[in-house]
Design a protein around this ligand. Structure first.
Ligand code: 4AD
Ligand code: MG
Length: 431
């Protein structure tokens, strides 16, 4: 008899199979028991009929505790009433690992409780669906950048620099000298682009964000492509193609998970239609002012502003050329204006805010050196970075996609802490 995964049940209709599973819930009467089963690939129901399995197996089924692990033998049938579409009619059960009183019961629990029990909560349907979609976004990311000719370049986690500003650094002791957990792989990606043309980094990044919002983690994963001989306009085209590719792959490969999350596929489909609108920061400020936002030119957008702008366009929207004063030192100067840089943030619809930040990079040694000093950063730490402008500097552009921001938006969930297996936030370091 073949051992299968639940996800493959459809290929085994009317066959007798074995499945290694955990019990998530159960219901029984004197004659029939319904076992809710999961095996990490999907969730479905096992039906145990006393008259068919006999007293011993039926009693075992009735006494099984939540999250005990079992080997189930049975026959697959179609079940049009479930999300999944199939069930198993059980003929035998073998108890493999008994379970203690499991803390997460089928009743409602508060978020803090679920996050305290994250190591167990990951087993449940909502985190399951989110993690499978996260995995698909990661898989599709590699596929996209491989097919576009990028080389994956791994950036270090322990660094001496603070490219995105000094206020959000995690400092640690590195054999007597201070080191910082990386805020971004970008500077290393730029070195990579000068070596291999088109590269992307993908790794954990850290920001000691004091902000307690539903969009901020202190540890998050970032995908940072960097492209030599590439203008910002060309980079924007890569960005929108990449986002549309991610959304399309989730639609194609995660229908079951999207259903578990109640995420509307037609809404997602809109986000595969290119191009995405582009609006200058200047015009965005005007638009906000015309709509009664109390905002002045020069300040960064907060979440209400970002939400308004993205909703206004009903699609992800690029906001172009932010004020120089609120952006990182490496962004390219505007050729005609002194007050803005050649940059873009991509804002996601439905209130999810910024998912990508990117820019063209300035290529001039003296300008960058002055900017680094102006921002109070240590020149010693950036000497190697400035070398990139000394030996064959070329126009280049890049961007960073926050993985968890993208997962939160595509899955349509409320809070970014659900988009990563073990979230780190200002007040959570465990589990
Ligand atoms: O806009 P940011 O700060 O840009 C950079 O770090 C650049 N070095 C990227 C580049 O050009 N290579 O961050 C990029 C993205 C944001 O758009 C957001 O999606 C995500 O990273 N992000 C966060 N995600 C979760 N929690 C946080 N605290 C985040 N901060 C930024
Ligand atoms: Mg940003």
């Amino acid at each position: 008899m073949e051992t299968i995964n639940i996800i493959d049940a459809g290929k085994h209709v009317d066959e007798e199979v074995v499945i290694g599973a955990w019990l998530t819930n159960k219901r029984s009467s004197g004659k029939i028991a319904f076992l809710q089963l999961r095996d990490g690939t999907a969730y479905f129901q096992g039906v145990v009929v006393k008259a068919k399995v006999g007293d011993e197996i039926f009693e075992l089924a009735k006494e099984l505790k939540q999250e005990s692990s079992i080997k189930i033998t049975g026959t697959i049938h179609e079940d049009a009433r479930s999300h999944f579409g199939y069930e198993i009619e059980v003929s035998a059960i073998e108890l493999i690992g008994d379970s203690d009183e499991y803390p997460i019961t089928p009743k409602e629990h508060g978020t803090e409780f679920l996050m305290d029990n994250r190591h167990l909560y990951l087993r449940h349907q909502k985190p399951f669906a989110i993690m499978k979609i996260r995995n698909e976004i990661i898989r599709a990311t590699y596929e996209f950048f491989n097919q576009e000719g990028f080389t994956k370049l791994d950036a270090p986690i322990l660094t001496g620099s603070a490219p995105e500003g000094t206020t959000e650094l995690f400092e640690t002791d590195y054999f007597g000298q201070p080191a910082f957990l990386s805020q971004t792989g970008q500077l290393y990606a730029e070195a990579g682009a000068m070596a291999y043309g088109k590269v992307f980094t993908f790794g954990p990044t850290f920001r000691a964000e004091k902000s307690k919002t539903r969009r901020h983690l202190t540890e998050f994963w970032m995908i940072e492509p960097e492209m030599a001989w590439t203008t910002q306009e060309e980079s924007l085209e890569v960005q929108e193609r990449y986002i549309a590719f991610l959304v399309q792959n989730v639609i194609d490969h995660n229908a079951y998970e999207l259903k578990l999350l109640d995420r509307d596929i037609e809404t997602l489909r809109k986000y595969t239609q290119l191009p995405f609108p582009r609006v200058s920061y200047d015009d965005a400020v005007k638009l906000l002012q015309e709509n009664d936002f109390d905002i002045e030119w020069g300040v960064d957008f907060g979440s209400p502003e970002e939400t308004f702008l993205a909703n206004h366009f009903d699609k992800p929207v690029f906001i172009l050329n932010y004020p120089k004063a609120i952006k990182a030192f490496y962004m390219k100067r505007h050729p005609l204006r002194d007050d803005v840089v050649i940059s873009a943030d991509l804002l996601a619809p439905e209130g999810y805010g910024e998912i990508i930040g990117g820019s063209e990079r300035d290529t001039d040694y003296d300008y960058l050196k002055a900017r680094i000093e102006e921002q109070g950063l240590s020149l010693d730490e950036y000497e190697w970075y400035l070398d990139l402008r000394k030996y064959g500097s070329v126009p280049h552009s890049g961007f960073g996609l926050g993985l968890e921001r993208a997962v939160t938006w595509i899955t349509g969930i409320e809070h970014i802490r659900e988009a990563i297996p073990f979230p780190r936030t200002i007040n959570r370091l465990r589990p």
